[in-house]
Design a protein around this ligand. Structure first.
Ligand code: PMP
Length: 426
């Protein structure tokens, strides 16, 4: 829809106006993808309605399924103490703090949870934000800008990429987990930039692997960069007592400039935090747009996260149980010859099918067996990397895990033979 015309001797280009969503190419693409999915005869695997509390089990259409599709890693969402803490906070403070904390939304529990998270990780202070995604977006978007550089892992979560785009800084991904490539890159270009922010994740949520944090700390010190670690999937799951990657590697938490985490997973709540030095937290408290111009975290969410972390502090065996069940799941998958990629000692275990249709069919067959697991399809990952992603929880029994791996291996074998036959025929 482009046309050129000449006005005042200058070439101008006119484009066709689009004033309804139905005209958008991206909307038409979405509809095409959905039609194609419908034609396969496999039901839409998205927006499935779940009843009740999702832990090791879930309820779909009145049927109880073993669940491998929730972030409830430690079984703390639905824990009576956590639910009661949230209810008590609602009774005391209502369901909303009804203002930005900067102006009149500050409650005592906000500061208490921030201190608890900081102590838990081993840094000065922390700041809560209402969404995990928003935490990355606003923090990264705000701390660096034009003239600065953001280097992030190639498999970074969308919220990190969005924050980088918002910031206006130069953005360069480096190959997954490759601190040596990052070191070389910074060796060449560090000098051109004022601030350099390196962003990595604790546990990668698609692959269940993690990077060598001590090496990244070395690189960041060598190049006078700042290091940010997103602990969405490592907070509560990694380290002897669930304190995350610093505990896992035995490094001083102060060697990481910016710790980020979400409260929507192990902490059984919702929202995000940034933890680090007093200066970092003070700057964000007064200036980060997503904090200053957004409502304070609701009382129920604050109280739930606080109770979840306190429960974990009293019951570190939850983390050990999670580790044990994750290891069992992974080793059974390997024994059965399933491709689990680089998953290594984390509660995220992918089973790579290498084909979106196989992933879709596999998840559908497992559902018929009473197992709920999410397929991850192109374009969320490359077609050759299509997979089922299993989230393990501390609540899964050995029996549930053995049954699930056996069924997965059984169907996988049939489906891969089926897809080979298709290839030969076509
Ligand atoms: N960072 C990472 C690495 C994530 O996986 C997610 C979401 N799963 C987020 C940030 C955003 O967190 P939330 O879902 O709590 O908004």
């Amino acid at each position: 829809g482009r046309a050129s015309s000449e006005r005042n001797g200058q070439a101008t280009e006119t484009v066709e106006a689009e004033d309804s969503i139905e005209q958008f190419a991206e909307y038409r693409r979405l509809k095409t993808t959905m039609r194609q999915m419908l034609m396969t005869g496999v039901p839409n695997p998205f927006f499935t309605v779940h009843d009740g509390i999702v832990g090791d089990k879930t309820i779909v259409d009145g049927r109880e399924l073993i669940s491998f599709a929730s972030y409830n890693y430690l079984g703390l969402s639905g824990h009576p103490d956590v639910s009661e803490a949230a209810s008590a906070a609602v009774r005391k403070y209502g369901t909303s703090v009804s203002a930005s904390r900067l102006v009149s939304g500050e409650k005592p529990i906000h500061g208490q949870l921030e201190k608890l998270i900081a102590r838990w990780i081993g840094v000065d202070n922390s700041i809560l934000m209402v969404g995990g995604h928003a935490t990355n977006e606003t923090t990264i978007g705000h701390l660096v800008g034009a003239g600065d550089l953001i280097v992030h892992d190639a498999l970074s979560h969308n919220s990190i990429v969005q924050g980088a785009l918002l910031s206006g800084a130069r953005r360069r991904p480096f190959p997954h987990n490759d601190y040596a490539a990052l070191d070389r890159m910074l060796g060449e270009i560090r000098g051109q930039y004022r601030r350099v922010l390196i962003v990595i994740e604790g546990v990668y949520s698609m692959d269940g692997d993690y990077s060598d944090l001590p090496k990244f700390i070395e690189v960041k010190k060598k190049h006078r960069a700042m290091l940010m670690v997103d602990e969405a999937h490592s907070f509560g799951t990694m380290g002897e007592t669930g304190r995350g990657m610093a505990e896992h590697f035995g490094v001083d938490a102060r060697d990481v400039d910016i710790w980020m985490g979400t409260l929507s997973k192990s902490a059984a709540s919702c929202g995000g935090y940034i933890a680090g030095s007093d200066a970092l937290v003070e700057l964000l408290r007064y200036t980060a747009p997503g904090f200053v111009f957004s409502v304070g975290m609701p009382p129920a969410q604050v109280a739930a996260a606080m109770a979840a972390i306190e429960t974990l502090e009293r019951e570190p065996e939850r983390v050990q149980r999670l580790r044990r069940q994750s290891d069992l799941f992974l080793s059974l998958c390997r024994e059965a010859g399933l491709d689990t990629g680089d998953s290594s000692g984390t509660p995220v275990v992918p089973v790579i099918t290498g084909n979106s249709m196989v992933a879709l069919r596999l998840s559908n067959r497992l559902k018929a067996d009473g197992i709920n697991v999410q397929p991850i399809l192109y374009p969320a990952v490359d077609e050759s990397a299509a997979r089922l992603r299993f989230f393990i929880t501390s609540e899964h029994t050995d029996e549930q895990i053995r049954f699930t791996v056996a069924k997965t291996a059984e169907h996988m074998q049939e489906l891969s033979v089926g897809s080979l036959e298709l290839e030969v025929k076509s």
